[in-house]
Write a protein that binds this ligand. Sequence first.
Ligand SMILES: Cc1cc2nc3c(=O)[nH]c(=O)nc-3n(C[C@H](O)[C@H](O)[C@H](O)COP(=O)(O)O)c2cc1C
Length: 186
Amino acid sequence: MQLNKAIKNRWSPRAFSRQKVTDEMLDLLFEAARWAPSSRNGQPWHYYYVRREDKETFQQVLDILTGINPGWAQHAQVLIITVMRRKHEFNNLPNGKALHDMGAASALMGVQAAEMGLQIHQMGGFDKEKATAYLNLDTENFEPVTCIAVGAEGDANQLPDDLKKRELEPRERKEKKEFVIDLGRH
Ligand SMILES: Cc1cc2nc3c(=O)[nH]c(=O)nc-3n(C[C@H](O)[C@H](O)[C@H](O)COP(=O)(O)O)c2cc1C
């Protein structure tokens, strides 16, 4: 047995190539998110997307990003704003797992992207108020969670030096023993 290859290959690049994301690929990304598990099967996720060809809208979404993000995300093929529904549809009461389930859907999207030779890069660095106003969201019930850049991995040399250094650094993770606890042995 081995780790699923797409999980192994998934990462969050900041350099994107000019390779197009086809309609079929984009549809499969959303299909992957669609099949995520969610509390009471509430499926609280929403994906607002724009392709780079739609220049004006692409720029408007880019303008929602903050910090270093617009600098590299401008090269993505597709930008997404994720929005969660905060209340369950069936009873209109707060869904305490909405954020969790939004993240789960996007995680599956990331694995599907890697499976197709693409990558997604999720971003918490964006202006939530701006995104809310831009999408004209009913704040009682809807909340932007992340923005996502989508594309195929590009050449790290296209990045400014500081980002290039980070792009090429080895990826690190905690050891499993730091977060996996066998209750049977305590
Ligand atoms: C919810 C979330 C928010 C993130 N926000 C940003 C961000 O604003 N800018 C950025 O460059 N990367 C961001 N990242 C990417 C993480 O830094 C990245 O996933 C982490 O360093 C692990 O690297 P890997 O995805 O390549 O395995 C975010 C990732 C997640 C899941």
